[in-house]
Every structure is written in C-alpha cells, then in structure tokens.
Design a protein around this ligand. Structure first.
Ligand code: GLP
Length: 249
C-alpha cells in the first residue's frame, strides 16, 4: 500500500481527483468503481471542475457503484443512486448506459448480485476503485465478520454504521437495516484501488487498516495484500498511525 498524507480534506480531494483524471486520460474507456458517503464528494467536485474547465471526458467511461441500501428506490434522496447523480453523474458527460448501481428494490437479490458480478467481468473488470472507509473499518458495506473472499451480496448493517449514517436521515429508525454491496473479494479484484479517509473519527479504522492484522473484523485490511492500492489521508485521519509518521512521506 502506498500511503499519502495530505494537510486537509481539500488537498486530499484534489490529489484523489488528479489520480482519477490520470486514469481517464490514459484509458478513456476506464472502468471506475465508485463510492458514496461524504468522503469522496470533494473528489467528485474536483472532477466536475476538471470536466467543465479542462474538458475531462467521461463519455467512454463505465462505472460500477459499490453498494446500495435495500428498500430505497433510485429516486429516494438518501439512496446511493440519487447521491451519485446529484454529486457526479448529472454534472459530467458519462453515458447513462454505462452507469451501474446495485438495485435496492430488486426482488431477487441473489440473481441480481450474480448478474452484477457478471457485468463487472464483461466490462473487463474495474480499473480504478474509489473507496471510503467506515468507522468500523468496513469498505463498501462489508461489516466486521464478513468473509474476505465474499462477493456481491445482501448484508445486514452493523449498529455502528446505522448510527453513523443516521445523520443523513430524519431519524435513526429511517436508516435501512440491509444493503447490497460488492464483497471484499469483488473490491480486491480491482486493478487499482484508491482509499480516501478524512477526519479524526476515521483515525482508528485507518490505523487498523494499515498497521493491524488482516482480518474479517476490519474488512479494509484485505487491501494490505493488494498490489496496487493508494491510501490518501488527511492529517487527522493519519493521527493514530504509529509507523507511518507524517515525516515518512
Ligand atoms: C457507508 C458506505 C461506505 C463509506 C462509508 C463512510 O457505509 N457504504 O462506502 O465509505 O459509509 O462514509 P463517509 O465517507 O460518509 O464517512
């Protein structure tokens, strides 16, 4: 894993966008794996700016989103589908036919999940996967205890995730209890991975991701074995690292 520590969220976002831009320019039909949550919003904002000001072209890009709440229709303001259109897709020239997001309303999750995996394969695999990290060390919605070799499936959200994500809903009871998510194995197969973490509340998860053992209790830790992962942190998210001090980079 390559660790990059930036001063703050804005710098982190600019660095992340620079890496995505490079991927899209080098391979215009890049397959991106995309994440939701508040962390990648700054990166998406930068990409929109690059599209508007420099003509960064997304017309041949394909995207696969990591996860979606079960039971929320695509037009629900808290669905990840809605999030992606609001924060990126509506503002760049990606072809809607090339956008794939798990369907939170599917009646046959198992079939859907298999087909989602198939589609990723048919697209040639994910070239660059963007990730955030949950405060319990999850990637996607792969909560502690998820086997590291599992693939896209329906999962039950951990109490801490429901608590964390309740800030986006009117009340905690409104947060869905289940979600469809790419599995750690699906994520691991991406050719390149870019994990972003910002703020003090991620510092512990980040320390475990980078310096702890590889364990299903911290699903992000599987990335320690990945040959091409970049972790971009701001100083607060990096504050609990022991070996990777600020000066080592
Ligand atoms: C959710 C998403 C994850 C995301 C995490 C952290 O659980 N499923 O993909 O990384 O939230 O979100 P935030 O970036 O808002 O802290």
């Amino acid at each position: 894993m390559k660790i990059i520590i930036k001063k703050d969220y804005d710098e982190l976002s600019r660095e992340a966008a620079r890496i995505v831009k490079e991927a899209v320019q080098t391979k215009p039909d890049t397959v991106l794996g995309l994440a939701t949550g508040s962390t990648p919003i700054g990166c998406y904002r930068e990409l929109i700016k690059m599209h508007e000001e420099e003509g960064l072209d997304f017309s041949q890009v394909t995207s696969f989103n990591l996860d979606e709440y079960q039971g929320l229709p695509a037009d629900h303001p808290q669905s990840y589908n809605y999030f992606m259109y609001e924060n990126l897709f509506n503002r760049v020239n990606i072809n809607p036919k090339n956008i794939f997001i798990p369907d939170g309303m599917t009646e046959n999750v198992e079939k859907f999940s298999k087909e989602y995996e198939e589609k990723i394969k048919e697209a040639g695999g994910i070239d660059l996967q963007i990730l955030g990290i949950g405060s319990d060390g999850h990637i996607g919605f792969n909560e502690p205890g998820t086997p590291l070799d599992s693939r896209t499936q329906l999962v039950k959200l951990a109490e801490s995730t429901i608590e964390d994500n309740s800030r986006f809903f009117e009340k905690k009871e409104d947060v869905p209890r289940f979600a469809i998510t790419m599995g750690p194995q699906t994520i691991f197969e991406a050719k390149k991975i870019l994990l972003l973490a910002s703020g003090e509340n991620k510092a512990e998860a980040v320390a475990k991701l980078i310096e702890g053992p590889i364990t299903p209790q911290i699903t992000a830790s599987v990335l320690q074995k990945h040959p091409n992962t970049i972790v971009i942190l701001d100083e607060k998210a990096a504050s609990k690292l022991k070996k990777h001090g600020r000066n080592s980079f």
